[in-house]
Design a protein around this ligand. Structure first.
Ligand SMILES: Cc1cc2nc3c(=O)[nH]c(=O)nc-3n(C[C@H](O)[C@H](O)[C@H](O)COP(=O)(O)OP(=O)(O)OC[C@H]3O[C@@H](n4cnc5c(N)ncnc54)[C@H](O)[C@@H]3O)c2cc1C
Length: 508
């Protein structure tokens, strides 16, 4: 990277070009903000981002968010790991590839009662798919570049100070200037630490290992996952090993290198065998430390993604949580920068996203409790297993992991307010999700209405009208740029009520 002085005043500087930083940059650039990403890694193609290490499960809110911006359509991996469409009738006994698990207890797709999942339609998108860190970052980087985002690789943020114009960020031996700084720099976020954010939560129970290995005598091990009296191991594809060693996170925290000898000793201890590992190709450790920033904003500095919350990757929720942060924050920060909303709008980023984070952290803690290798946890695990085996249990647990009932507590009379807009399908085959690529707020009317059309024009809303195959008895809706319903009515629109909803949306 050539070390030339950059004197631009960016609307937003993002520290960290991982999936959350990239997605946020795309959202901001789509809304016509100038964005600089500082990414400390020179080469983003780490082996840990490639398959199988980099495999990531996306849930319903992430799938919708990426589809709405035309990004999911550019991804290929999920087509290879295609899961059956949830809203069609599953065949009895059908297994649930990709449907997920709770504490490694898989859900039986055939038991799902999808009528308990609100506002789903035959045209609804999948509720779980797989991508990889490599693929998602590639697709997002390409989009960011096309939208004019400046990305500087190999320049990590080292500190910052808040100034009158916003933030002066130090990286390399340069200072970059932005009106806002967002820390998307992962679990060890410099922005969080230097910004004085409190990071409250619980300490780990275990060290988790993910490793690509060669094993001389794999027949000594179980295939698939098994919990023993000393921990858990899972061997798949012969060479892909996952372990949980309940050492209180000691090894992960020690900072020691992960050696073949150590992985072998841990596997021997957990499996109770004398299995021999002949090669350790790639490995990483992780824990179930669960912490969350108690504020996501301090002045002109914000946090998103792992910088704002960390937890065990059990059931794969962290990326989903971070992408949700980015989708929620992007349009709000852009409207604040452009002066089309009051600063109060940014406060709703925290009030809406923090409780979602709390739920995800607790979900991961609850799994740890029933995974511990002790008699009490085993007893509780057996009861949860029975519950998950019932239709209501499978529906509840899978629904939580897939985020199908995720909603925000927004003010509004209609019960659909705060939910992600159902994927209404119009007569011309287009769906509402296809109309959101530009990130505008939408006024949707199922009947053509001159009054609503002029209201939309006057307030720079995108107006869409037309009959839908199914409309849940609605007449019209106001949809936020992130696809969540801000107002809905089953009767002819009360214009005063609609105006209030719009004012409330942008906190005017
Ligand atoms: C084994 C494992 C499996 C997982 N599986 C799933 C799953 O199936 N589904 C799911 O939703 N989540 C999963 N997760 C979690 C998910 O990977 C993370 O939550 C997600 O990567 C967070 O994205 P992020 O952009 O916030 O942070 P990161 O992906 O950590 O990206 C942060 C970026 O910031 C950069 N950076 C760091 N410091 C600086 C600095 N000072 N200056 C500039 N740049 C900096 C880093 O180089 C990095 O590129 C899993 C995690 C693990 C460990």
């Amino acid at each position: 990277m050539k070390n030339t002085q950059d004197n631009t005043l960016y609307d937003v500087i993002i520290s960290g070009g991982g999936p959350v930083g990239l997605f946020l940059a795309c959202e901001l650039a789509l809304a016509k903000c100038t964005v600089l990403i500082l990414e400390k890694v020179e080469d983003p193609h780490s082996p840990l981002k490639q398959l199988p290490f980099g495999l990531r499960g996306l849930n319903s809110p992430s799938i919708e968010a990426l589809y709405r911006r035309g990004l999911l359509q550019e991804m290929e991996l999920h087509k290879r790991f295609k899961t059956p469409h949830i809203s069609t009738n599953p065949k009895p006994g059908e297994k649930a590839p990709g449907a997920g698990h709770f504490a490694r207890i898989p859900f039986d797709r055939a038991k799902f009662d999808t009528t308990q999942w609100k506002y789903r339609l035959p045209s609804s998108l999948d509720t779980s798919i797989f991508t990889s860190m490599e693929e998602i970052e590639e697709v997002l980087s390409r989009r960011a570049e096309n939208l004019g985002v400046t990305v500087k690789y190999g320049i990590g943020l080292t500190g910052f100070e808040q100034t009158e114009e916003g933030v002066a960020a130090q990286a390399g031996n340069q200072t970059f200037h932005g009106k806002w700084l967002v820390g998307c720099d992962g679990s060890r976020s410099i922005v969080r630490k230097a910004g004085g954010f409190e990071f409250a939560g619980t300490e780990p129970e275990f060290t988790g290992y993910t490793a690509k290995v060669a094993i001389a005598d794999p027949e000594k091990l179980h295939t698939g996952g098994i919990t023993t009296e000393r921990g858990m191991y899972l061997l798949s594809q012969v060479d892909y090993l996952i372990m949980q060693d309940f050492d209180g996170g000691a090894f992960h925290n020690s900072g020691q290198p992960i050696t073949l000898e150590h992985v072998q000793a841990t596997l021997r201890k957990i499996s109770g065998t004398d299995v021999t590992i002949t090669a350790l190709h790639t490995s990483t450790t992780w824990t179930d430390r669960a912490r969350q920033a108690t504020a996501y904003r301090n002045g002109h500095v914000l946090l998103a993604g792992d910088a704002a919350h960390i937890h065990a990757p059990l059931g794969g929720q962290g990326l989903n949580l971070g992408l949700g942060d980015a989708m929620n924050l992007g349009w709000k920060l852009a409207a604040t920068i452009h002066g089309t909303a009051s600063e109060g709008l940014l406060d709703t980023y925290f009030t809406e996203r923090y409780p979602i984070g709390v739920k995800v952290l607790d979900w991961s803690r609850a799994q740890v409790v029933i995974m511990k290798p002790n008699p009490h946890s085993r007893a509780l695990n057996a009861i949860i297993r029975d519950l998950i085996d019932t239709p209501d249990g499978a529906t509840y647990f899978a629904g939580r992991v897939m985020g199908v009932n995720m909603h925000y507590d927004l003010a509004g009379k209609h019960p659909m307010v705060g939910y992600s807009v159902p994927n209404f399908e119009f007569e011309d085959v287009n769906t509402i999700n296809d109309e959101m690529k530009d990130g505008y707020p939408i006024l949707l009317s199922f009947e053509n209405s001159v009054t609503l059309g002029s209201f939309a024009d006057e307030h720079q809303l995108k107006y869409i009208s037309g009959a839908a195959k199914e409309n849940f008895g609605l007449n019209a809706l106001l949809i936020r740029p992130d696809g969540f319903i801000a107002w809905a009515t089953e009767r002819e629109a009360d214009m005063e009520e609609l105006q209030q909803a719009l004012d409330h949306l942008f906190i005017k």
